[in-house]
Design a protein around this ligand. Structure first.
Ligand code: KIV
Length: 276
């Protein structure tokens, strides 16, 4: 990674929270992908990805589990450290895995580990209003936070499957309120997973911070997908919002470049990738 000194005067300096806020203000779509190792990190960075997430999806696509629940803080640190070595420009976010933020002290200790040992610049945690105290505590310690709303894969056993969220009015209203509360608590980004287009747009309009969607429709500030899904590597039935960019590309790099371009031009997501 570039040091702070090397960054000065670069034509396309590394992305930081201010860059992301500026992109939202100027209407430039934020292109995000997951990565889990240095080689793919180098590739997605070269493709122009703005933000790279070391997601706990690694439990499924790397470790072969059915859910993200078994992933540990040590797993995320290991992969985040690998990814950090491959990045030049993209902003690095690391997921806080299941139960690693069950109370404020645990959350702070683990977030510090993700940043100090894993090289993360921001941590992501799942949850709504119940996480406001945690987000506040992290923000008070200057830890940048991405709050993950909508479908929360760590709660899959409680929810009873990977399902679209916020379809009924009460749930949608609650999600909007949660998003406002999390922003007020200090969240720097909100990530919305698997919600109807209309709700994605309403959350984006309500918040000053960037809203990144995955299956949240076209009217959000940016998009994120799991790298192995856009490269056509992940087996089995794909969620509706996934697009395989490899099928029309000559190489993984070309596929990532096509993804970034499709996000920036807002060609992705198309109606067939969205929920109503
Ligand atoms: O873990 C992950 O990769 C994620 C993305 C799917 C947003 O949370």
């Amino acid at each position: 990674m570039y040091t702070q000194l090397e960054q000065r005067g670069m034509p396309r300096p590394p992305v930081n929270v201010s860059t992301l806020a500026k992109m939202k203000a100027e209407g430039e779509a934020i292109a995000c992908l997951t990565a889990y190792d240095a080689s793919f990190a180098r590739l997605v960075d070269e493709a122009g990805t703005d933000l790279v997430l070391v997601g706990d999806s690694l439990g499924m696509v790397i470790q072969g589990h059915d859910t993200t629940v078994p992933v540990t803080v040590d797993d995320i640190i290991y992969h985040s450290r690998c990814v950090a070595r491959g990045l030049r420009r993209a902003f690095l976010v690391a997921d806080m895995p299941f139960m690693s933020y069950s109370d404020r002290h645990r959350a702070l200790d683990n977030a510090v580990r993700l940043m100090q040992e894993g090289g993360a610049m921001m941590v992501k945690l799942e949850g709504g209003a119940e996480q406001i105290r945690i987000v506040e505590h992290l923000a008070q310690h200057d830890i940048p936070v991405c709050a993950h709303l909508g479908l929360r894969p760590q709660s899959v056993h409680k929810i009873g499957g990977f399902k679209v969220q916020g379809r009924d009015e009460a749930q949608a209203r609650q999600m909007l309120e949660d998003a406002r509360g999390l922003e007020a608590a200090g969240a720097d980004i909100v990530l919305l997973e698997c919600v109807p287009n209309e709700l994605g747009e309403a959350v984006r309009e309500t918040l000053a911070v960037p809203v990144i969607g995955i299956g949240a429709g076209p009217k959000v500030d940016g998009q994120i997908l799991v790298l192995y899904d856009i490269l056509g590597i992940t087996g089995g039935r794909m969620p509706r919002f996934v697009k395989d960019f490899m099928s029309e590309a000559g190489s993984p790099l070309e596929a990532c470049v096509a993804y970034v371009r499709a996000v920036k031009t807002r060609e992705y997501p198309a109606p067939e990738h969205c929920f109503s």
